[in-house]
Design a protein around this ligand. Structure first.
Ligand SMILES: NC(=O)c1ccc[n+]([C@@H]2O[C@H](COP(=O)([O-])OP(=O)(O)OC[C@H]3O[C@@H](n4cnc5c(N)ncnc54)[C@H](O)[C@@H]3O)[C@@H](O)[C@H]2O)c1
Length: 366
């Protein structure tokens, strides 16, 4: 493996990190946190500023001296002028599970952004011999076995019951869980990106790591019900906007895990400093069962923080909705000696503080 992929602590030079989607929630947080923690990174990035609110992040990043190219990953030539880089963190995507079927992004556009975009990033990695950290998703896992889970309700949340499908335990969905379609169009663009990325890396000799992320959440997240649900819920509750539970029994028992991007950054820095030979290249990255929360439980947290705000029930089903999606993060913990440090209540509190300080955030970012 090429020496430049390791930090040489004696003669170290800054690692040149290029972040795609740098003005999105995750890309922006990674860039800012890396700068605030004085990581030895020389950061630059690209964004097409398509996500409402991303321009605010762009101005903030530029004011910190971080170079942001306004470009679109669908156009390979937008990457022609990127100079030498050591690592790419790919955080650009149409990240909603409803993308391609929601009438806002066409199916072709979704594939162009998420898969052709990856292809152009891979050509950049090949040209620069740069490593790649690909942010994938829990949505690569098969819908049918997850939709058919036997579940019970405990403390306002769905909990899966035995027998579990193959690749799952009470600790969550492991990397060996089926990825057979259907997984949603979004999930398929992620799964296909994983596959082509690992193939390019093996063929052209650059490192590549696939981090299958559960929900990432924190202050400044663009909140919509279909993407950024935790931020959307807390901001909406704080602003006294109408909220409703949809799907299943319409009582908000659906469960997701959550992780703060700070913990993702801690993992990525470990990964970049490691000898990757023989390491698993695909790992789940999540807060695990400790971070699992149902919407009803999140409402209870918000009620305690902001005062009671009623949530109505809407008996409609959204495509691809699942009762319990919690990723088992055991492999990431064992492989990288990493563990999430930020507890879910800290994530909620951070978002709540931000909501109080930025009462118009939902209008800006939705
Ligand atoms: N946030 C989560 O809960 C979560 C969970 C799992 C995986 N992920 C993955 O993490 C990554 C970041 O997600 P996020 O929550 O920050 O999303 P986001 O929408 O906040 O940010 C994505 C950014 O990418 C940009 N972008 C989109 N298409 C582009 C293109 N063709 N060219 C250039 N820029 C483009 C957008 O303008 C936006 O600024 C995505 O790959 C997403 O699939 C996110």
């Amino acid at each position: 493996m090429c020496a430049k992929f390791f930090w040489d602590w004696e003669n170290r030079v800054a690692t040149r990190v290029f972040i795609t989607g740098i003005c999105g929630f995750v890309g922006n947080m990674l860039a800012k946190l890396a700068a605030e923690h004085n990581l030895d990174w020389e950061i630059s990035g690209i964004d097409n500023l398509a996500r409402p609110g991303s321009d605010i992040n762009r101005r903030d990043l530029m004011s910190r001296g971080i170079n942001v190219v306004h470009g679109d990953l669908r156009n390979s030539s937008d990457l022609d002028c990127i100079g030498d880089i050591d690592w790419v963190i790919d955080a650009a995507a149409k990240p909603s599970v409803l993308a391609g079927v929601d009438g806002q992004t066409s199916s072709r556009q979704l594939v162009e952004h998420n898969l052709i975009g990856t292809l152009n990033v891979l050509e950049l990695c090949k040209r620069s011999q740069a490593g790649l950290v690909l942010l994938s998703s829990s949505r690569v896992y098969s819908i049918h076995p997850l939709a058919k889970l036997s579940i019970e309700i405990r403390d306002g949340a769905y909990v899966p019951k035995l027998p579990f499908p193959k690749g799952m335990t009470e600790a969550g969905i492991s990397e060996s869980f089926s990825t057979t379609p259907p997984v949603s169009l979004y999930g398929s663009t992620k799964r296909a990106s994983e596959q082509i990325a690992l193939e390019y890396a093996a063929t052209f000799g650059f490192p590549c790591l696939v981090n299958r992320c559960g929900i990432l959440a924190g202050a400044g997240q663009f909140g919509r019900p279909d993407q950024g649900i935790i931020a959307f819920w807390i901001h909406s509750h704080q602003a006294r906007r109408s909220l409703h539970y949809t799907g299943f029994d319409a009582l908000g028992h659906q469960v997701r895990d959550c992780l703060h991007p700070r913990d993702l950054l801690a993992l990525i820095t470990r990964q970049m400093q490691s000898e990757l030979h023989g390491m698993p290249l695909i790992t789940n990255v999540s807060g695990g069962v400790e971070s699992a929360v149902s919407l009803q439980q999140l409402t209870a947290w918000c009620d305690r923080r902001f005062g009671i705000h009623p949530v109505s029930s809407q008996h409609t089903n959204r495509p691809f909705d699942l009762p319990w999606v919690v990723l088992d993060n055991k492999l990431a913990k064992e492989t990288w000696g990493w563990r999430p440090e930020t507890e879910k209540e800290e994530i909620f509190a951070e978002i709540a503080d931000y909501a109080e300080q930025n009462p118009d955030w939902l209008d800006i970012s939705s």
